[in-house]
Structure formats: C-alpha cells, structure tokens
Ligand binder design. Structure first.
Ligand code: MRU
Length: 381
C-alpha cells in the first residue's frame, strides 16, 4: 500500500492539487480554483486576484470541503500580504466566510501568525508576505501528506473490519481531491480499496440540496475508474435493509473534542441506519478537523444556507464567465414564499461512530482521550 499513495508534486516540490493552485503571472500573484459550481458539466477555472473574490468563491462553494478550505484560507492571507491589501482585515473576512469547517480558521491563523511573526522580527512587508506564503504552502503540503496517510490507515482498518473479498461502500457528500491538497479523506480510502481490487461498488448519495455527491463524487469516481452508483439520499435505508452496504465512509467538517462529528447534512441519519444494520460507520478526517476548543456538539455552529437552495432547482449553466461566477437561472419546485429548512451540516454523536481515521492512526472506540492522544501529537510535533 505504499507507492500508490505517493504525493503528486510539481517541479518545485509543492503538491499538485486538482482544485486549487497558487500562480505568479507578471500581473501579480493569483489563486486559481477549479470552479466546483460548474462541475461536472464544465472544468472551468476561477482566478481570484483579491480576497473578496476568494471569500465569494468560498461562500458560493466554488471552493469547498473542510481541508481545502484550510488551504484556501491560508493562501488567501498570503494573497492579501503579497498584493499589499490589509492582512488583518482580509484574515478576518476569510476566517468568517463559512462557520462550520474548523480548518478554514486554522489555515487562516497559521498564515497570519507567520506574517505577524515576520513583522515582529523586523521583516519588511515583502518578507512578511513571503512568510505567509511559505505557511500556506506548508498547510497545502501537510494536507496532501495527511491524505496519503489516511488512505493507508483507512485501508488497513477496513481490511480488519471486513476481511477478504470485495466490498460495497456508501459515501455521502464529496471527499476526494476536490476537497484536499491530496487525494482527500473518505474518498481517498475508497480509492485505496478500489486500487487494491477490493471495491465492488461505491454507493454515492446524491447529497441534497447542492448535489456534491451526484455532481462531484460521481465525477471523481468516474475519473478513478470505480464502479459507482448514485442514489437519492432517502434511498439509503432500503439499501441497508437489503444488505448491500458493507461500510459507510464519510469525511468531517469539524470533530469536537469528545468525538462528535459535524459533516454534510444527511450524515447523522446514515449513522443511525448503520448502527441499526450493524454496519461500520467510519469517519476519515485529518487532525486539522479535530477541534480541541469545541468541547462537544453544542459548541459546533452549523451553517444555515439560503432557502432557495431547497425550494429551487438550478437551471442550465450559463457560459463560464471570466471570473466570479454568474447567477444561475433556476426552476421553482415549491410554491412561492415556501419556508425552507436548510442546514448545511448535521452532527453525529461519537457513540454512533465506529472509528475516526486520521493521518496519525485510528481511534476506535471514539473517546475524548483517544482522539486527544492521536491529534495532540500532531499539533505539538
Ligand atoms: O458544504 P460543503 O460542500 O463544503 O461540505 C463538505 C462536506 O461536508 C465534506 O463531507 C467535508 O468537508 C469533509 S471533506 C474532507
């Protein structure tokens, strides 16, 4: 299981990420995003030359997924610093662009702290900008490395839980290279199982309302050559009942100190189904997603998104704009004025989680002490 998880790096040794890169054209540095709003119909790039454009890209999910939000936040601070914008103000805007994934604020803090430390040590603005960029690159590289390690630990765990044969794995939302500096979290594990010839089928929840499963996970599964099937979220129950799910693999946006897992809405019902049907429910996330400052579920802010994401279906996409995206024509599916409940995430209590896989290893059963032991090690190191 070693080489297939090797990092993809460019000529300068930095990780190659499908979803985000830093570029330095003569007009000045930019952050280039693969615009995930437009997938799978179109692989269009979105070029951010300033922080408000990046914040808008984060809010509208052109760039998304917890680990990649950390990488984007760190590069955003570097962009502000290198281009001479107000770094503190930019950092605050970035850190609050979305509330649930703790990686975002963590990535922002890491770059802003490097910037401040350089200034404090007497560096000028240019050197301080370079320090912020170096920190962002470190966040990127570490996330890519964490992906590789999670894939290995997750593969070994599944091998233990489900010895022999090929397996049917159910996943929710999107957790591959579109959300990470590397191969991703849960999808990276599924990919390792596939590469070992042991994936019979990846069941892909469509993931209402923004369809990160149908649009993005199916896109990644097709590119990886996996056998996959998309299902509506509410079809999962009958799939469990007919014995066609051997394991559930999901990512996380924030894991509280006690092991409560915030992830895309619809994850918690899957955990309940998995427990009822005696199926392992495995969460794969880097230690940057574990927040020791959030004691338990009550401390996790769940993002509430606009109701129109539920009451309307997006229409056909207009041609890709130069930058910034464009409003998408939509079709109403509820009567005018209908109220909508649209939390982006839900929270699964630790007792329903079979195991949490991190880059430092696996915690199972999920306990506060076990999680702290795994992740405090990476913070102090
Ligand atoms: O709202 P999104 O698309 O940013 O939500 C993403 C998810 O919920 C992912 O499952 C989560 O970030 C884990 S990805 C490693």
């Amino acid at each position: 299981m070693a080489d297939q998880h090797a990092l993809r790096t460019d000529a300068t040794g930095y990780p190659v990420s499908a979803a985000l890169r830093w570029e330095e054209p003569p007009e000045g540095p930019v952050i280039v995003l693969l615009d995930q709003r437009r997938l799978p119909a179109e692989e269009a790039e979105l070029v951010c030359t300033d922080v408000p454009a990046l914040v808008e890209a984060i809010r509208t999910l052109a760039v998304r997924g917890a680990p990649l939000l950390g990488v984007a936040g760190a590069y955003g601070v570097a962009l502000a610093a290198v281009r001479g914008f107000d770094v503190e103000e930019s950092a605050a805007m970035l850190a609050h662009a979305r509330p649930t994934a703790v990686n975002l604020a963590l990535g922002v803090d890491r770059a802003v702290e490097a910037y401040r430390a350089a200034l404090k040590a007497g560096a000028g603005a240019r050197r301080a900008g370079e320090a912020a960029l170096a920190a962002a690159r470190a966040v990127h590289r570490e996330d890519a490395r964490a992906s590789s390690l999670m894939a290995r630990h997750g593969f070994d765990l599944l091998d233990e839980l489900l010895p022999g044969g090929a397996h049917q794995i159910l996943t929710h939302c999107n957790t591959g290279s579109l959300v990470s500096g590397g191969e991703g979290t849960a999808f990276g594990v599924a990919r390792a199982v596939h590469e070992a010839g042991r994936l019979r089928r990846l069941w892909v929840d469509e993931t209402r309302p923004l369809l990160q499963g149908a649009r993005l996970t199916a896109y990644e599964a097709a590119r990886a050559g996996m056998a996959y099937t998309v299902l509506t979220d509410n079809a999962a129950g009958s799939l469990f009942a007919s014995g066609e799910v051997d394991a559930v693999l999901i990512g996380a946006d924030r894991i509280a100190a006690d092991g409560a897992v915030a992830n895309k809405v619809g994850s918690y019902p899957l955990a309940v189904l998995a427990r009822y049907h005696h199926v392992p429910f495995v969460v794969v996330a880097p230690c940057t997603t574990v927040d020791p400052g959030t004691e338990d579920a009550t401390g996790i802010e769940v993002e509430q998104r606009p109701g129109h994401e539920v009451t309307e279906f997006p229409g056909p996409l207009p041609a890709a704009p130069e930058a910034g995206g464009a409003p998408v024509a939509s079709v109403a599916v509820a009567p005018p004025g209908a109220q909508a409940y649209n939390p982006a995430f839900d929270i699964t209590p630790p007792e329903l989680v079979t195991a949490i896989v991190t880059e430092n290893g696996v915690v199972s059963p999920v306990t506060k002490g076990g999680l702290a032991e795994l992740c405090d090690r990476s913070r102090s190191g």
